[in-house]
Design a protein around this ligand. Structure first.
Ligand SMILES: [Zn+2]
Length: 145
């Protein structure tokens, strides 16, 4: 972050997207306005200055991108008609619905796997019981002979 020796007014005239905000000092709670122009890689902004208490550590800031390409994209989004915005929302809802259907299918698949597992366990227990029964009968018969 490089601070610019220009007035906040000039800076806002240069970057109209910059809206100053009021932030509280992290130490004393005093309201501070973002009025220190700065630049940072790809961004221009306004940050709060040092508080009169001299103990604020947070450096609240507002910033806008200096990239003209990103700015153009934002502007076109803002200017996008209400109809288009509604259409976009509709698509989002469809996506969500599709996602939910996928989730339901997965639930069904999991339930199916669980019941298959249960059936397998039941068969195993049954076989074990039969084996034990046969073993007991064999031992009983051997004892008789
Ligand atoms: Zn303070």
């Amino acid at each position: 972050m490089i601070f610019i020796s220009s007035s906040a007014e000039d800076w806002r005239a240069k970057y109209p997207g910059l809206t100053p905000i009021i932030a509280q000092c992290s130490a004393c709670g005093l309201a501070l306005v973002t009025d220190r122009p700065f630049v940072e890689r790809g961004y221009a902004g306004l940050a709060v200055g040092a508080c009169s208490c001299g103990r604020n550590e947070n450096l609240a800031d507002v910033r806008v991108t200096t990239s003209s390409e990103t700015n153009a994209r934002w502007r076109s989004k803002l200017e996008m008609g209400v109809e288009e915005a509604a259409a976009e929302q509709e698509t989002a809802t469809d996506d969500k619905r599709e996602g939910q259907e996928m989730g339901d299918l997965m639930d069904i698949e999991i339930a199916r796997m669980k019941s298959r597992h249960k059936a397998l366990m039941r068969r195993m227990v049954l076989r074990l019981a039969i084996a034990l029964l046969l073993g007991a009968a064999f031992v009983y018969l051997c004892g008789k002979l």
